[in-house]
Design a protein around this ligand. Sequence first.
Ligand code: ADP
Ligand code: MG
Ligand code: MG
Length: 246
Amino acid sequence: RVLLEVKDLKAVVKESGQEILRGVNLTIHEGEVHAIMGKNGSGKSTFSKVLVGHQDYDVTGGSVLFKDQNLLEMEPEERSHVGLFMSFQTPVEIPGVSNFDFLLMAFNARRKNHGLPPVEPLEIEILQQGSKSLAQPMRIFQSGQLLIVKSSFSSSSSSPLHPLFLLSFPILSSLSLLTGMSVYRVSDAGHVLEADLAILDEIDSGLDVDALQDVAKAEDGMIVKTGDVSLAEQLEREGYRGISMS
Ligand code: ADP
Ligand code: MG
Ligand code: MG
């Protein structure tokens, strides 16, 4: 079944009218994993953001069907309710709102949309050696096969990389192991929200000055070549120089 069908999508920066996407075509079937690769500034992040309805861009042409529905007519919130999820290249830090709270809010918004009551996170006291308990109880909630745990081990609860534990149930039995783990993968958030399609934009790679010059020049805004994993391997080996439009 076709999950996403993008045809000749064109988009401009709202403020300046500058065209970034110049006719993107992409079809994704259920169960497929696609990697969009391209030089800095070629429009990968813009494409992702246009799909989720980011306010900075205007679509000037083409169509996007997601599960047979016209995505471009939907508000960003509706897009997430129909099962589209995007993790941002640069997560926005909202003071006082941890990843845990954000995921819980989004998870509950989705439940509400399905007519389900919100979940209340459980609070668990973890005892350290002896009987000393940690400063704060640990908060957890469950989504499908995952248990989302807010750790109380970090001092900064508002950091976007605040440790958040996403555990599958086999690991659950050894809750005490938690103290040793601090893995937060943005990609897991799509799983938590039971998205049908997760768009995972690259984590910002910290561009140096030369690379930033490249960003300003590139802007191809099109998918020029499609292939299997061997194409990705070729790009890793040879870079983008050998890739032409034909
Ligand atoms: P990539 O993710 O492939 O590195 P981007 O989508 O971030 O590329 O950027 C593509 C081009 O569009 C760049 O030249 C970038 O400067 C420009 N661009 C993207 N978003 C905006 C914006 N909001 N305002 C102005 N220019 C933008
Ligand atoms: Mg980039
Ligand atoms: Mg990008």
